[in-house]
Design a protein around this ligand. Structure first.
Ligand code: PGA
Length: 246
């Protein structure tokens, strides 16, 4: 982290993992670190337990709609009432497994900002796109859809996570150089819309970050922290990753 104006940020994405026992262990053992913004994004049913323990919490997804006949969905207003400050949006598991297009993700970003919560917008390419040299075009299309829907104003109110799909849950991390290259590209793209907001936005890397590789990744100029999946379920590893970010 070479830019002192951007406070390091680490979010734990528990995905569909956890239990009452694990939540209680985190609430009693995870220490806050004043040098880092730490956000836990557990399954929705565990949010209230974390909020009682005064953790900063986030949702893993939200409906773009305010209320109504959307069985199984949860609205942004409900997440706000549950104490959430952040919402992960456009995670590749939502884009791929739940058919969320760039346009759906963009509408969710807009609704999230309107509700007063902060999106953690995920972007990132699949392996075939990386191998065919299309990474920048792919990510540009993901970012452009959001700018088209929300205008440049979203940059001031968001966090962006670069998560190459081939690195998620695979144990195959992007090298610090590969990640930095894409982070620099994202910041440049955002700077074309609002240079000062782009200089301040936190850009996270996600994809098999662990206690051993976090230091090297977070040392890169444009990597301001991480979105952590598997390693966010292990208190000691997650604590080490948060320390690496500071
Ligand atoms: P991983 O997941 O750390 O388990 O690769 C990251 C993510 O999907 O956010």
């Amino acid at each position: 982290m070479t830019n002192s104006q951007r406070k390091p940020f680490v979010a734990g994405n528990w995905k569909m993992n956890g239990s009452n026992e694990l939540v209680e262990a985190f609430c009693s053992k995870l220490l806050s670190n004043p040098a880092v913004d730490i956000v836990i994004c557990p399954p929705a049913v565990y949010l209230s337990k974390f909020s009682q323990a005064e953790f900063t919490i986030g949702a893993q997804n939200a409906s773009e709609f305010a209320s109504g006949a959307h069985t199984g969905e949860i609205s942004l207003g409900m997440f706000a009432e549950a104490g959430c400050k952040y919402v992960i949006l456009g995670h590749s598991e939502r884009r791929e497994g739940h058919y969320e297009s760039n346009e759906v993700v963009a509408r969710k970003v807009k609704a999230t900002i309107a509700s007063g919560l902060t999106p953690i917008l995920c972007v990132g390419e699949p392996l075939d796109v990386r191998e065919s040299g299309g990474v920048f075009d792919f990510i540009k299309a993901q970012l452009d859809a959001v700018a088209h829907e929300c205008g440049a104003g979203y940059i001031k109110n968001s966090v962006v996570a670069y998560e190459p799909i081939w690195a998620i849950g695979t144990g195959k991390t992007a090298s610090p150089e590969q990640a930095q290259e894409v982070h620099a590209f994202i910041r440049k793209e955002l700077a074309a819309l609002d240079a000062s907001a782009a200089a301040n936005i936190r850009l996270l890397y996600g994809g098999s970050v662990n206690a051993a590789n976090a230091n090297q990744l977070f040392a890169k100029t444009d990597i301001d922290g991480g979105l952590i999946g598997g390693a966010s379920l292990k208190i000691e590893d997650f604590t080490t990753i948060c320390q690496a970010a500071s």
